[in-house]
Design a protein around this ligand. Sequence first.
Ligand code: PEP
Ligand code: MG
Length: 583
Amino acid sequence: MQRLRGIGVSPGIGVGRAVILIQRAQVLRFSIPPSLVHSEIARLEDARRRSSEQLDRIQVRLPGKDLGALFEAQRLMLVDPMLVPRAAALVGEQQVNAEWALQQVFDHLASIFDSVDDPYLRERKGDLADVVGRLRMNLTPGGSGFREVLEQCESPCVLVADELPPSVAAQLDWSKFQAFITNAGSRTYHTAILARSLHVPAVVGLHDATERIGPGTLILVDGDNGTVSIDPPKETLGERAGTGRTARRAAATKTTPLRTADGTKILIEANVDLLGDASFAREQGAEGIGLFRSELLLAGRPADEVTEDMQYEVYAQLLEDMRPAPVTIRTFDIDEDQLASGEQARSTLWSTGYEVPRSRLGLRSIRLTLKRRELLRTQLRALVRAAGHGHLRVLFPFVSGIDELREARSVLAEAAREIQARGVEPRPLLVGVMIEVPSAALTADLLAAETDFLTIGSNDLIQCCLAVDRTDERVSHLYEPLHPAILRLIRHVRRAASRRGVPLSICGEMASDPAVLALLVGMGLRQFSMTPAAIPVAQRVIQDLDSRDLRNVAARALRLGSAIEIEQFLTESLAGSKVPEVE
Ligand code: PEP
Ligand code: MG
């Protein structure tokens, strides 16, 4: 038996087989029983077939031979025996999941590309990464990735991760895990609060646990003394199981309305990308749809195929599915390149590992659709028609000021007149604005005066305010949701919204981090929208917290000078110690 020592951040004993999560590669690694090898290889083959069909469709649509040829290299890679067949062989040899086998093949081939001098060949690594990303996406078609992969894990498991960002942690099905451990030791503020809320034992700061522990290895995690035993003898297991605490697992708490421990009402809605996600959102306890990313309708097809009738069917169905709960449909948030290629990937972090960078500051979103008015008018006509099917809120994204809002509203009025001219009386709908651009945040009072609701899109707001392109590795560490500038902007918007009596929610990723959620409640936010998988954890966290304590925590946090200081303060305050009153 080998023993590793780290920092225990959540008490209790957890025993299970290791599932390895390599955050760098966004891949889970676990052993599969021999009986599953065949179906795992079949998943790879299916993914190859789907990828090949998608590339065919892209090639047909692309104008000119040169652009089509760009994808020829990727098509050749898809049929290369070094890629999918090699991954299939590894599944059989190592008895590991397909995602991990594919990752190993990618790492190997990427190192070969890196070692050649020829710049043309070196550039092919980008194509390889693209193809592997596509295959990975197609291994879990239409799904969130992790959930589907984890379905295959045999319980009980222990999660062994290099690091565990909240956006990932929030999407895991924690009923599968007895404990978790991480290599990373610093900046674990969210991990600790998460583990305690879930009552899952946890040890962090183990440096190289993901290398030292093989997938499927039996491990015992002791969150009280911060140790991890690898392959513990049966006697130890027996002793510990008899004396130690075991993890209480998180289950969705389906009490509505949701309240903090002191009775403050909190509303949690869901961000969804596809029509089919609505029922999952409901199951997870969402009280409405706070953000429907309608641009996914443009995925894989040219814009003129996304007709008014086709959109009407989708929106009406979504409203019916969620009735009487509200549904917020955002108008297309897409840029020129995505529109031209008809190739939209799901934007949610970790959903597919095949992300489209969203940091672009050019012609995108409302700016694009106001230029391509017919696109917006068609969408708004479909929305006006669908409004009769439920409680509809229309949301304009990436608005930078009042002029854009007014122009968008005038297109909405045109659309309503067109529907009326067909003899259909338009039904009422609410109109809101996403606060994603700092100029919108700073003029939130003006926007609030002319809208029914505001929604803070913190993903973009953080990038724009801090001038950080998250896809640029050299600066991505500067992406700080807890930067004082971000918190001040949010406070500013919150005040503007409450002065005008306009409902405000926050729908960016930051709200699904339990510690940040607690802070936001302390800052007076009462409405959140997040990825559905994060909702049960968020509900649990909310029910445990007292909003009066959180008000003090927030007041103090907002006086601190840096994200690191705020993080440390949050860790200490939320770890259970009472925060002194603010004078
Ligand atoms: C945001 O920017 O916070 C947001 C929710 O929008 P998206 O992630 O789709 O850009
Ligand atoms: Mg956004």
